[in-house]
Design a protein around this ligand. Structure first.
Ligand SMILES: NC(=O)c1ccc[n+]([C@@H]2O[C@H](COP(=O)([O-])OP(=O)(O)OC[C@H]3O[C@@H](n4cnc5c(N)ncnc54)[C@H](OP(=O)(O)O)[C@@H]3O)[C@@H](O)[C@H]2O)c1
Length: 301
């Protein structure tokens, strides 16, 4: 197992193009700021034009290289993900680092226009789809890196008959399931990319004071509300972002793939994440959903 101390956060990202989803808040914003400061060309994906423009100006103030570029997309919509990928292909010749960071939680079960449960759609199927659609741009980089934000608080089991909370829903279960899917996806992606120039890893920032959960109302909102009032439990995003910055930039991780990092160290994940048959089953189900939404989208376009 790798146990690497970070060499420091001063590693230059000059000349590297880094795409970050959810770059307008919390961990994604802090990661974008740090990478821009180190010279990366930061490509932000946001969903709210006003908020995203404001954050782009903030990031630009830190950038030591090119100005950040902004794209807008609601990642709960597979059609928007496809449109985003098309636009990215029109603007970028390669992506050195893709950071699938955006995620959310919902107090009640909500369904997207694609018919997908929203936590599953944003937290798992969006990274699955976006990564597939951008693989050629990652291949065009000398050594593309794919990072997906997960959490040590991922589920220890996966009930495929309740993958989208269709039989039973609670917000924490849906969130933890989506974070398990992030790890299973990463480990399987890494196996499928073996022998290529691209690596795939996941990470947890650890408990961090962000806006995650601020959209919830009612009783479920009490949990994040209470946690955020015990500051000693939570890191600030600037500190927590050291891990994704490390995984995105450290030369120590050249060629390292299929790992989970926390506090800039490789960490074990729950037993189920090492079950290849579970990962392949999730992959096949995700692929089928992604392809059916893609063909439905092309029929209505
Ligand atoms: N905070 C923690 O304690 C913690 C712990 C472990 C792992 N994580 C992981 O860290 C990552 C970042 O979360 P955070 O804590 O920084 O939360 P956050 O402050 O709520 O940021 C989440 C980001 O995702 C974006 N987003 C949400 N739904 C979206 C959608 N439908 N389309 C496009 N973008 C969407 C948000 O956009 P807006 O800015 O427009 O709202 C926001 O920029 C997540 O993957 C989370 O699971 C967090």
């Amino acid at each position: 197992m790798l146990s690497i101390e970070p060499r420091g956060n001063e590693i230059s990202m000059s000349g590297k193009t880094v795409l970050i989803t959810g770059a307008t808040s919390g961990l994604g914003l802090a990661t974008a700021l740090l990478l821009a400061e180190r010279g990366a060309e930061v490509v932000m994906v946001g969903r709210d034009r006003k908020r995203a423009n404001f954050m782009r100006t903030e990031i630009a103030q830190y950038a030591s290289g090119s100005e950040p570029i902004l794209f807008l997309a609601d990642l709960s919509s597979q059609a928007e993900i496809h449109r985003l990928a098309e636009k990215l292909h029109g603007s970028l010749s390669r992506i050195d680092v893709l950071i699938n960071n955006a995620a959310t939680v919902f107090a009640e079960r909500e369904v997207t226009p694609d018919g997908l449960e929203k936590t599953f759609a944003v937290n798992h199927l969006a990274p699955f789809a976006l990564t597939h659609l951008l693989l050629d741009l990652l291949r065009a980089a000398p050594a593309g890196r794919i990072l997906t934000a997960s959490s040590e608080f991922h589920s220890g089991e996966l009930d495929f008959s309740n993958l989208q909370g269709q039989r039973q829903y609670n917000w924490l279960g849906a969130y933890k399931r989506s974070k398990l899917c992030n790890i299973l996806f990463t480990y399987e992606l890494s196996r499928r990319l073996a022998g290529s120039t691209i690596t795939a890893n996941c990470f947890s920032p650890g408990p961090t004071l962000t806006r995650l959960g601020d959209n919830m109302r009612g009783l479920p909102a009490a949990v994040p509300w209470l946690l955020k009032r015990i500051p000693s439990l939570l890191a600030f995003p600037e500190g927590a972002a050291r891990t994704p910055v490390y995984v995105a930039s450290s030369p120590d991780l050249d060629g390292v793939s299929g790992r989970f990092f926390r506090q800039c160290r490789e960490t074990h994940t729950k037993q189920i994440t090492y079950d290849n048959s579970v990962a392949v089953r999730l992959w096949n189900m995700s692929q089928a959903l992604y392809e059916s939404r893609a063909s439905a989208g092309s029929r209505t376009e």
